[in-house]
Design a protein around this ligand. Structure first.
Ligand code: 0X9
Ligand code: ZN
Length: 303
């Protein structure tokens, strides 16, 4: 049965999503977010404790980069906590929004990282005799290919031949578009580096609600550190990590003016990197949930 003491395959994750949707039909709905180049479904769940929250959506996307396994493990951990945790603050969070959570946004790459190449990052579209895949976090239409992306199909940051060239990004962008005007928050989970990143990736300029996202973010990383002392840094993508364009969060924020948008780079700092030991799944899940509780508590206080 499903647990958080080990990493799981796509089939195991999808089996678990289906099982919780049938076990908790009052709270959990299976979502079909799109499909991939190899014909796989992109499945998620909606967790809704109150029909009045239908126009207040928190969207969480994980494992758009195939090798970042901790991100889907944390996404399923968070789903589980939002369904069943009895802690007052977690309950309050769960009951205040409709959560749309997609643990694996790049299923083809994820399967390849399980079967063939553990460090695979991209999709699996064939682009040359020897090279496969576009970087699905360089493939979204906002500021596409304006910096920090490659036009070489063999590169790990290949932006693709056109924006939304990948069936997975095209179909999930259409899904997001269908709920775009109801998005309160967009959270993108990556690893690793222990960073909480805010838009945008194309410029170090402090645009839109940068000040508020920094204020909320500083409190969130402080609250994240309380449980185990894990140290994060917070800041604009281009200033904090590097210039990177065509990311999913940047497109969603620009397209729908979503008030809260963060990209997490989860544990660790490189000791284990993408191969984070499974014993760290639960601690990473708990501290990440602490930071989410903090983000929405701060947001509520400010509005
Ligand atoms: O390069 C990336 O896509 C992310 N780092 S990772 O090591 N996980 O590959 C940084 C995300 C930048 N995000 C956006 N521009 N939205
Ligand atoms: Zn990533």
């Amino acid at each position: 049965s499903f647990d958080w003491r080990a990493y799981h395959t796509l089939d195991e994750i999808y089996g678990w999503l289906r099982s919780i949707a049938s076990s908790y039909p009052d709270r959990v709905t299976l979502l079909y977010g799109g499909s991939t180049g190899q014909g796989r479904d992109i499945l998620g769940v909606r967790i809704s404790h109150n029909p009045a929250n239908a126009e207040r959506i928190v969207f969480i996307e994980a494992n758009i980069h195939a090798r970042e396994w901790i991100t889907s493990a944390v996404a399923t951990f968070i789903i589980n906590q939002l369904i069943g945790n009895t802690d007052a603050e977690v309950r309050h969070l769960a009951e205040s929004y409709d959560f749309y959570v997609f643990p694996v946004f790049n299923p083809d790459g994820f399967v390849h990282s399980h079967t063939t190449n553990r460090l695979w990052r991209k999709t699996r579209t064939q682009y040359s005799i020897f090279c496969y895949g576009a970087d699905p976090n360089r493939n979204w239409p906002y500021q596409w290919m304006t910096g920090g992306a490659s036009n070489q199909p063999c590169s790990d940051t290949y932006g693709g031949p056109a924006p939304l060239s990948e069936p997975s990004t095209l179909s999930t962008s259409n899904f997001i578009r269908s709920i775009g005007r109801n998005l309160e928050a967009y959270i993108s989970l990556h690893s690793y580096s222990q960073m909480l990143l805010l838009p945008y990736g194309h410029t170090t300029a402090h645009l839109d609600n940068y000040d508020e996202l920094m204020l909320i973010g500083r409190q969130a990383i402080q609250d994240l550190s309380r449980r185990y002392g894990t140290q994060y840094v917070v800041g604009n993508i281009a200033e904090t990590i590097y210039v990177a364009t065509g990311g999913s969060m940047d497109w969603v924020k620009n397209e729908f003016q979503v008030p809260i948008s963060y990209t997490y780079e989860l544990r660790d700092l490189g000791q284990n990197g993408f191969i984070l030991p499974a014993e760290e799944i639960i601690p990473t899940g708990l501290e990440t949930l602490d930071s989410l509780v903090s983000i929405f508590r701060s947001y509520e206080l400010l509005h």
